[in-house]
Design a protein around this ligand. Sequence first.
Ligand code: ZN
Length: 283
Amino acid sequence: MGPGEESGDALKVKSEKLKVRGGDVGGGAKPQAAGTEELSSTGEKSGGVGGAGGAVVLLSGGLDSATVLAMARADGFACHAISFDYGQRHRVELRAAHRVAEHLGVASHQVVTIDLRAFGGSALTDDALLVPKDRDEATMAGDVPITYVPARNTIFLSYALALAEVRGATDIYLGVNAVDYSGYPDCRPDYIDAFERMANLATRAGVEGQRLTIHAPLIDLAKVEIIEQGLALGVDYGLTHSCYDPVEDGEHRLGARPCGRCDSCVLRGAAFGKLGMVDPGIS
Ligand SMILES: [Zn+2]
């Protein structure tokens, strides 16, 4: 338990990344130097509307969270990314998170180890439960899917809240979406509002009058709109990984390729298709 790895503070990189707003972040994947830390520390933000303590951004390495990180940065925040090694099926997600954090330029990136496999109850944390494949969007919208991880967003947001207090951050960003995943109970606007109220009751910062805001800027957006916004902000979606059941593949840049058939792959592929694109995460 506890911080798993890299605080990022030991590394200093050029601060120019943070000054880029609204695009021109460098869409192409940069070659990764083997054996070097992927995390960057850019120090303080360089202006904009963001608060002095920066923002905490939940970063899974998927399409949505990468877009949200780009949005938080465009809002002027120095971003403290937080990812979770929670016992999920595949490590590829965390590799993607590292690369996205480096690509978009974060002030720090922490990977926190927690064990949601202790409880299971989801196809993502219990190997005995299979990830559903080849479902159409109407079927997906029907019930809470087996890929729902019990209370995951509440657990993740609680960690983000603790990190925000320590960093003096007044803002937390996360990439929940109520349109494509309407079956997920912890992706609804009411839930986000309730957590924000709780956060302001439960923290020293809140009691002392420093209001904390939870941002869920994707909550009402369709996947196509999310991708459009991310592209405008220079997100390289080829670095992201959203698949629930990836296939090990040493040839792929992340060491595993998306299955193409789980709910996440189907929605993501369809959205890129509507934009006349092939999902850049496939190749
Ligand atoms: Zn998949």
